[in-house]
Design a protein. Structure first.
Lengths: 245, 246
C-alpha cells in the first residue's frame, strides 16, 4: 500500500487509540433494556454500539419451516443506515446475510434446541454504530439476550477478535486496524466448557502467528465472559440493594 | 463431591455447580459427572439433587396445570388459545358445550369469541402434539371481570408460598379472590377497585423481589403501609366533603 508510512503502532508500542497490543476496548454491557422483546441486550465496545433482541421460543411461522425434533433458530444481523460514515443501504447486503449465518451457527451449539420441537427462536441484531469487530460484539450481545429470554443454554458465548498490524499480534481490532492491518481472526468461545464455536481468519498469518492470535483472542473472550456474567446478574443485584435499604 | 456455590446464590448459564454423583434437577444439565446451570437463577442444593430456581423462564405446558389464556382464533369445531407458552392450545367445542358439537346448529361465536379470556386446565400434551384444554370443572370457564397480571411463570410457587401461606395472606389482607394460572397469568377479582389495585401491586413486588430473602416480612409491611395511605386519602376526601357541605 502507498500509505505504508502511516504507522499503526507507535514507538512506545501503543496503538492508534492508545491501547497496548493485548488490551480490549472499553466495554459496557446492559441486559433487558427492551420491554417488547422476550430478551434483549446492548453492548458498547469502543465505538461499536449494538442492540440484540430475542423472541421465542414461539410457534414457528410460516409453519412449513418448523422442525419436528428441535427449535429453528433464526438470526438477522443488520446495520443501520447511519452506522457507518457513508450511508449504508438498509437492504440486507451480501455481507449481512453471511454474518447472520455465521452468528447463528456460533450460537446454535450453546442452546438446547432439542427441548422445544416445532418452535422457532428469532434473534435480531441491530448495529447502531460500527467500528470493526461487530460480529464478535454481536455474538456477545445476542448470547446475553438469549439468556435474558430464559432460553436454556449450555453456556454463554463470548466472542473476540485478534489480528496482525505492523507485524505485531494485537487484540480486538478496530475499523482502521482491520482495514490497514495484515490479518483478522474472530473467535467465539463457551468459556466454562472450553469449546470454540466460531473461528475465522481473514488475511495471511504464519502458523506460529495464527496460534498466537488464537490464544490472544481466547484470553479476550474470557475477559468478555466475565463482563457478560456481571451484566446478567447486575439487574437482580440492583433490586437486592434497593430492597435492603 | 465438591460444590462450588452457596445456597441461593445467583448463577448464570454455564456455571459449574457441582462435581460427582449428583442428579441434575430443574434448569441444570449434566455432562461427565459435572452439573452446570442452564438458566440464570438461584441455586438449590438438595441431598443428591441440584436445581436452579430460574429468574427468567417461559411457561411449558404440563398436564393438570390450570392456565389463563386468550382466545386467538375460532375454528370449525373449537378454538385456539394463547396460553403464554411456545405452543398454542386447543379447546374443543364439545368440551365447552358439554355435549356433542352439531356444526349446523351450534354458533361458536355465541359461546366464546376471539379476545375472550378463559381459565382452563391442560388435559393432554406431549412433544408431538399441541396442548389440549378443558373447562369442564368447577372454577373454570370464561372470565367476566377482574384484573389480569402477568408474572414470570417460575415465580408462581413463590406467590403461593410454603403450603399456600403467601397467597392466603394476600387474599385475606386485600379481600380479593385470586386465581393463579401456572402459565404466569393471574386473575384478581375484588369488591372494590382499591383492593384489586393493592393485590396487583403486591404481586408485582413479589415478581421483582422473589430472589431476596425476607420477602414475606416486606410484603406484610408494604400492605400495611398502603392500607394506611388509602385510609388517609379517604379521610381527607371525607373531610373536604364535610367542608363543602358546610
Amino acid at each position: 500500500m502507498s500509505q505504508k508510512s502511516e504507522k499503526l503502532i507507535d514507538k512506545k508500542g501503543l496503538r492508534l487509540d492508545g491501547r497496548k497490543p493485548d488490551q480490549l476496548r472499553p466495554i459496557k454491557i446492559e441486559v433487558a433494556i427492551l420491554a417488547n422483546a422476550d430478551g434483549s441486550a446492548y453492548i458498547q465496545q469502543g465505538k461499536n454500539k449494538i442492540l440484540a433482541a430475542v423472541y421465542g421460543p414461539k410457534e414457528a411461522h410460516p409453519k412449513h419451516l418448523s422442525l419436528p425434533d428441535r427449535t429453528r433458530l433464526r438470526c438477522r444481523y443488520h446495520m443501520a443506515p447511519f452506522s457507518v460514515q457513508e450511508r449504508k443501504s438498509p437492504a440486507p447486503s451480501r455481507r449481512e446475510r453471511e454474518l447472520s449465518k455465521v452468528i447463528r451457527e456460533s450460537l446454535e451449539p450453546s442452546i438446547f434446541l432439542e427441548y422445544y420441537p416445532r418452535t422457532s427462536i428469532d434473534i435480531f441484531i441491530e448495529v447502531l454504530q460500527a467500528d470493526g469487530g461487530t460480529r464478535c460484539a454481536s455474538i456477545t450481545a445476542a448470547s446475553l439476550a438469549l439468556a435474558d429470554a430464559g432460553i436454556p443454554m449450555r453456556d454463554l458465548v463470548a466472542a473476540c477478535a485478534a489480528g496482525k498490524i505492523d507485524d505485531t499480534i494485537v487484540l480486538d481490532l478496530m475499523d482502521t486496524e482491520d482495514k490497514k492491518g495484515g490479518a483478522d481472526v474472530p473467535v467465539a468461545l463457551m468459556s466454562n466448557l472450553n469449546a470454540i464455536t466460531l473461528l475465522q481468519m481473514d488475511g495471511t498469518l504464519s502458523l506460529k502467528e495464527f496460534e498466537k492470535a488464537v490464544n490472544l483472542a481466547l484470553k479476550g473472550c474470557m475477559k468478555i465472559y466475565a463482563l457478560q456474567k456481571e451484566a446478567l446478574k447486575a439487574k437482580y443485584m440492583n433490586v437486592k440493594e434497593a430492597a435492603k435499604e | 463431591m465438591p460444590t462450588f456455590f452457596e445456597r441461593r446464590e445467583i448463577v448464570t448459564p454455564g456455571d459449574l455447580l457441582a462435581e460427582g454423583e449428583y442428579v441434575a434437577g430443574e434448569n441444570t444439565y449434566k455432562e461427565d459427572k459435572k452439573i452446570y446451570a442452564s438458566r440464570i437463577g438461584l441455586i438449590e442444593y438438595g441431598d443428591r439433587n441440584i436445581s436452579v430456581v430460574a429468574l427468567r423462564a417461559f411457561y411449558i405446558p404440563r398436564i393438570g396445570d390450570t392456565v389463563i389464556g386468550t382466545i386467538t382464533e375460532m375454528g370449525f369445531s373449537g378454538w385456539t388459545v394463547d396460553i403464554n407458552a411456545p405452543y398454542l392450545a386447543l379447546l374443543r367445542a364439545s368440551d365447552v358445550l358439554n355435549r356433542p358439537f352439531r356444526p349446523q346448529r351450534d354458533d361458536l361465536s355465541a359461546v366464546l369469541n376471539v379476545g375472550d379470556l378463559v381459565i382452563a386446565k391442560i388435559v393432554a400434551y406431549d412433544r408431538a402434539h399441541d396442548p389440549q384444554l378443558t373447562v369442564g370443572e368447577p372454577g373454570l370457564g370464561r372470565i367476566t371481570r377482574g384484573q389480569i397480571v402477568k408474572v414470570t411463570p417460575t415465580k408462581i410457587p413463590r406467590i403461593i408460598g410454603r403450603k399456600g401461606s403467601m397467597i392466603s395472606m394476600i387474599k385475606q389482607e386485600t379481600d380479593c379472590h385470586i386465581t393463579l394460572g401456572h402459565n404466569g397469568v393471574i386473575l384478581i377479582t375484588g369488591k372494590k377497585l382499591e383492593d384489586e389495585q393493592l393485590a396487583v401491586m403486591v404481586i408485582h413486588k413479589i415478581d421483582e423481589e422473589s430472589h431476596i430473602s425476607g420477602l414475606t416480612d416486606r410484603i406484610t409491611q408494604m400492605i400495611k403501609e398502603e392500607k394506611t395511605k388509602t385510609k388517609k386519602r379517604r379521610k381527607v376526601k371525607n373531610e373536604s366533603k364535610i367542608r363543602e357541605a358546610n
